[in-house]
Design a protein around this ligand. Structure first.
Ligand SMILES: [Zn+2]
Length: 271
């Protein structure tokens, strides 16, 4: 029943302690890496704002109408600004997958997951406003430069947004679902896959296209590949296996699944 593919176990993928159906807590290693990524993001974002300040400086100081040299400077600084905001946001989103926010605090959850969008606004809106309120610029130049800056704002904002933000609650829920089905927290995924699997011999990951299967925790699947969905085939298979197991175990109780019948106290509660 085992797979013939190469299975690569992701290091640090320890099962959570048994019986601890608690909220998800990132490992110390994950937390450390998240902090490092966040620090890099903030540095890149600061540089992005410096690039914006540079563009504002060029715009104020340059001759009007804007000459070719100043056009080159302005465009280059806007491009650098966009690149820095976007790279910073990608690192920021990766950090959030390693160390997600809790949904309990809605404001913090939103700010942490969408900080990239806020930074994009800070890194472009002042420049946009300055272009459109500049009295020395003629209409045509104002239109062209304004359009470039607005396009940069929109692109940076859209790419920086997190459309599927991770949360502590989602991680906990998905992890406990896997634990409930398999008794452990090991899942499998492939390089190009969009779902994680409970069995390494699942037919969906044992196709000819697959060469390598990765194994790790639910959180690692999210962290490394941003995989958020459990394979339906695996889920059904595990449910069936669980049902059969319960049937043989509780054959005389008449209640093989779901809620245990209300019994008098004093019965053996240990399994
Ligand atoms: Zn599967």
């Amino acid at each position: 029943m085992a797979t013939t593919k190469k299975v690569t176990k992701i290091s640090g993928s320890e099962n959570s302690p048994q019986g601890q159906k608690s909220t998800f807590v990132p490992t110390e290693e994950a937390k450390g890496r998240a902090s490092q990524l966040r620090l890099f993001s903030i540095l890149l974002w600061i540089l992005a704002i410096v690039a914006e300040a540079g563009a504002i400086y060029v715009l104020i100081k340059c001759q009007k109408p804007i000459e070719t040299k100043s056009w080159i400077w302005l465009s280059a600084l806007i491009v650098v600004d966009v690149i820095l905001v976007i790279i910073g946001s990608q690192l920021w989103k990766k950090a959030n997958r390693l160390d997600p926010a809790s949904k309990k605090d809605k404001v913090k959850f939103f700010l942490q997951n969408q900080l990239g969008v806020i930074i994009a606004v800070i890194a472009f809106l002042p420049l946009v406003l300055l272009i459109f309120t500049n009295k020395d610029l003629d209409g045509k130049q104002k239109g062209i430069l304004g359009a470039i800056a607005v396009a940069a704002l929109v692109v940076a904002g859209l790419v920086s947004a997190d459309y599927n933000p991770p949360s502590v609650e989602q991680y906990s829920e998905q992890t406990s679902r896997v634990e409930e089905l398999t008794g452990g927290n090991t899942v499998y995924w492939t390089k190009s896959g969009t779902r994680y699997h409970l069995y390494d011999d699942c037919s969906h990951i044992n196709t000819n296209r697959t060469e390598e299967i990765f194994s790790g925790t639910v959180a690692q699947a999210r962290e490394l590949k941003n995989i958020t969905e459990l394979c339906k085939t695996c889920e059904n298979r595990a449910e069936k296996a669980l049902k059969e197991k319960n049937l043989t175990k509780g054959i005389d109780s008449q209640q093989p699944t779901a809620i245990p019948p209300k019994e008098e106290s004093g019965t053996d509660e240990q399994q």
